[in-house]
Design a protein around this ligand. Structure first.
Ligand code: CA
Length: 230
């Protein structure tokens, strides 16, 4: 099986480093973020299988980051870590979309057991549907990198593919040029460049131009949205 990728967002370096060490020894690939803003950026620019999220964090706290992650991805397992240990805190954690909750101090073994259970669950969920994103008659196979519209094969460049994948993962949701810049280009949005608009036009020419139903729409002053309009 492929190495599973885990994002750890934890500002206490000792805990973060020891988690990284323990999980690496157990065969996981780890990215570390020491504050919520870096955590968010890593989440948007990489693909992870699971996120371990502290609550008291600089920049963006764990609850808020969890909420933001859920607005992009409903399925990625999130385990929250915290020194806070009241029922209200746990309820808030689950309210913003966490799957599990561990109070510090915790046994590494316990984290490992819960993490394995969550990863197993997501593997089982993904099996039936395969690795295919679908919006209307547009289909994207993330394994074979094939894109089809109305069963007609469409050839995309690697960058166009990444951009379309981002649109499809965020279907029915307005994404700003800044979101696209960080997620697809891994850069901060620079107002001097129109590279995003240029690429959106390339994509439109390939996936929309020859079809009567358009999927990529401009939201003036806000960005773009991929959706089927009836
Ligand atoms: Ca903390």
């Amino acid at each position: 099986m492929d190495e599973r990728k885990i994002l750890i967002v934890e500002d206490e370096t000792k805990i973060a480093q020891s988690l990284k060490k323990g999980l690496t020894e157990n065969g996981y690939y780890i990215e570390l973020a020491y504050d919520g803003a870096i955590g968010k950026r890593l989440f948007l620019s990489h693909s992870f299988d699971l996120i371990i999220l502290d609550i008291n964090l600089p920049e963006i706290n764990g609850y808020e980051l969890c909420r933001q992650i859920r607005s992009h991805n409903q399925h990625i397992p999130i385990i929250m870590l915290t020194a806070l240990n009241t029922t209200e805190d746990k309820i808030e954690g689950f309210d913003v979309g966490a799957d599990d909750y561990l109070s510090k101090p915790f046994e590494f073994k316990e984290l490992l057991v819960r993490l394995r259970a969550l990863l197993k669950r997501t593997i089982n969920q993904q099996l039936p549907s395969g690795n295919i994103l679908k919006v209307a008659d547009l289909e994207m196979n993330l394994d074979s990198k094939e894109v089809k519209r109305h069963n007609i094969k469409i050839n995309l460049t690697a960058k166009e593919f990444q951009l379309l994948e981002y649109f499809m993962r965020n279907r029915n949701r307005v994404v700003s040029r800044a979101d696209i810049a960080v997620s697809v280009w891994d850069i901060d949005f620079d107002t001097q460049t129109n590279v995003i608009d240029v690429y959106v036009n390339y994509l439109r020419n390939k996936i929309d131009k020859n079809f009567s139903t358009k999927l990529i729409h401009t939201q003036v002053g806000m960005g773009y949205i991929l959706k089927e309009v009836y």
